[in-house]
Design a protein around this ligand. Structure first.
Ligand SMILES: CC(C)(COP(=O)(O)OP(=O)(O)OC[C@H]1O[C@@H](n2cnc3c(N)ncnc32)[C@H](O)[C@@H]1OP(=O)(O)O)[C@@H](O)C(=O)NCCC(=O)NCCS
Length: 152
């Protein structure tokens, strides 16, 4: 899909054979205290993949998965960024930016006019990242989550 000026880094669509690597990146990026939490989120990602119409994106470095994002178009013209994570070894190298740009392009192509994302209230790193891309907090989400939105 896209090649950066960043060596062998590129963004492409997810394939089910990526699942082991998704688990690795997910566990490295988030602090899982229980396997049930991990299973919950992997199931959630797979459901979003099934309905995302090609919006599950993979960032890879020389064929090693280093990040992913799931951009899901919905009938309301508001897309959902259902997941976003980058391997910590690659943080602050523009990989999240590349995934975000592809996710926005994908959602625009599907006719979406806004994007929503759920973010843990204390995840300042992600909140700063989303703010950088024009997301604003609009609502409290479920439990420990807030909802952020941006127009595209
Ligand atoms: C959030 C995340 C995806 C960002 O990925 P990344 O590849 O490091 O992001 P980028 O390098 O493209 O950063 C783009 C900009 O976002 C902001 N940003 C990213 N990480 C930040 C941090 N730790 N603190 C403050 N701002 C940050 C900065 O403005 C940064 O630009 P700069 O590096 O030129 O200052 C990554 O930190 C991550 O995977 N975190 C753990 C998982 C997670 O929280 N996912 C979101 C769940 S809702």
């Amino acid at each position: 899909m896209s090649e950066g000026g960043n060596g062998g880094i590129r963004i492409r669509k997810f394939s089910p054979r990526d699942m082991d690597e998704i688990v690795r990146v997910e566990r490295a990026s988030f602090d899982y205290s229980s396997v049930l939490g991990l299973l919950y989120w992997l199931t959630y990602y797979l459901i979003y993949w099934l309905i995302s119409q090609g919006g599950f994106l993979i960032a890879e470095d020389n064929e090693r998965v280093i990040g992913f994002a799931i951009a899901c178009s919905l009938p309301t013209a508001q897309g959902e960024l259902a997941a976003m994570a980058v391997d910590p070894k690659y943080w602050r190298m523009g990989i999240g930016t590349g995934l975000m740009e592809e996710a926005v392009a994908h959602l625009k192509g599907k006719g979406m006019r806004r994007i929503g994302v759920g973010v843990m209230r204390d995840n300042t790193q992600a909140i700063d990242f989303y703010r950088r891309f024009g997301f604003h907090k609009r609502a409290r989400g479920f439990g420990i989550y807030d909802r952020m939105f941006r127009v595209i």
